[in-house]
Each structure stands twice: as C-alpha cells, then as structure tokens.
Design a protein around this ligand. Structure first.
Ligand code: 5GP
Length: 215
C-alpha cells in the first residue's frame, strides 16, 4: 500500500540462522534490497566483497565515520560494522524495501532515527544455539563462549522490538516474516500520504454531492 519502501531490521544472537533467513527472504522477494554493511572484519571463506560485506580497513572506517556516512554503527566481537546512510535513504526513496541484518546496538540506534519494522529472531532454546554454533565450526571454543554470553545480553532487549520469531522450523519462520512485513505495509503509520490523498478526494466528492443537493 505504502509507496515508500519499508525498512526491515532483523537482529538475533549469533548462530540463530538470521543470515539464512535474510537470504531466503530476498530470494522470495527479489524486489527488496539488502543493506550490505561495511566492516573491518576480515572476510571468511566464501564471503565476497560487495555481496556479503564491504570489507574495509580501520582507517577507512574512521574516515567514513567522520563523514557521517553511517546511519548506525557498532563494534561487534572486536570489529566495526556500519550501515551506509546513502544506500538506505536512496533505496527507501525509490520505494524499495530494504532488509538489514544488524546487531542489537545498531538496531537501537535506528529505532531512534527512522521508522521501520524491527524483528528479533530467537533460537528454539539456549542449548540449540550452542549446538548450532559448535556445528558450524567457524568459531573457536573461546569465541563460541563469547557469542553465548553476548546472546544472554542481547535477549534482554527483545521488548524494544516490534516482533519476535522463534526460528524453530525454517519455512515457518520465513512465512511469519513475510506475514509481518505484509501487515506492516498496511500499517496506518506507513500510509500517511495515501490516507491524506484518499481523505482529500473523498471530502471533495462529498462536498460536490452536497452542493448539487443529491445527498
Ligand atoms: P558476522 O561478522 O558474524 O557476519 O556478524 C556479526 C554481527 O554483526 C551480527 O550480529 C550482525 O548482525 C552484525 N552486523 C552486521 N552488519 C552490521 C552493521 O552494519 N551494523 C551493526 N550494528 N551490526 C552489524
């Protein structure tokens, strides 16, 4: 309904399956854009510059920060991450939805600055999260401990979000995500100009009917 794009923010503890959910959502909704973040973290095996992240140096990150190029930014597990202000603003202006996969601190910054739908993804349980983190073998034992500790802190912020999805069954989680976004598009707050236009046309018509004495 709204002719302006929707900002869709997904946050979740590391290992919850949020990146896979983002990929699947984008596959099913090719009209939506993904906000590729800037990071000082080195690329992991299989990651591509410009697709997964823009991998940049600490100096470049600071330079961008100085130019106010980030809509939000945060340090996560020892590396800096930031969302491109220009990309978000231009994409929304074009009427396209934009999907962000960012941490809780970044999401909290955005909540204060911009309208959007904020979704928190939870694992089925703490144990399931630990099993997943161990199973993907991309982090050391020590890093896994850090991520589990961070998860405990992150979940204290759930109530700040608009929606929560427990990623129990993947297809169900995607379907819930789509329903949330569909509903959000009909939100009164997301359709202010449409409502205004309708109201104006409707009142003008009513005025005309009254004048001609037929109503
Ligand atoms: P990873 O390095 O494992 O891809 O991501 C680590 C964490 O950083 C994830 O929780 C991810 O959502 C978050 N992240 C990725 N990009 C951004 C960003 O631009 N801003 C913020 N605040 N967090 C981000």
């Amino acid at each position: 309904m709204s002719n302006k794009g929707l900002l869709i923010v997904l946050s979740a503890p590391s290992g919850t399956g949020k990146s896979t959910m983002c990929r699947e959502y984008l596959r099913k909704n090719p009209g939506a854009a993904y906000s590729v973040s800037f990071t000082t973290r080195p690329p992991r095996r299989g990651e591509q510059n410009g697709r997964d992240y823009f991998f940049i140096t600490g100096d470049r990150f600071r330079e961008m920060l100085g130019k106010n190029a980030f809509l939000e930014h945060a340090e996560v597990f020892g590396h800096n991450y930031g969302t491109s202000r220009a990309f978000i603003e231009n994409t929304l202006k074009k009427g396209k939805d934009v999907l962000l996969d960012i941490d809780v601190r970044g999401a909290l910054q955005l909540m204060r600055k911009i309208k959007g739908v904020f979704i928190f993804i939870l694992p089925p349980s703490g144990q399931a999260l630990e099993t997943r983190l161990k199973g993907r073998k991309t982090e050391t034992e020590n890093e896994i401990k850090k991520r589990l500790k961070a998860a405990k802190e992150e979940i204290t912020y759930i109530e700040k979000y608009d929606y929560v999805i427990i990623n129990n069954k993947f297809s169900e989680s995607i379907s819930l995500m789509q329903s949330i976004i569909k509903a959000e598009r009909c939100g009164v707050g997301n359709n202010a100009s449409l409502i205004k236009k309708f109201r104006k046309a409707f009142t003008t018509k009513l005025g005309r009917v009254k004048k001609s004495g037929k109503g």
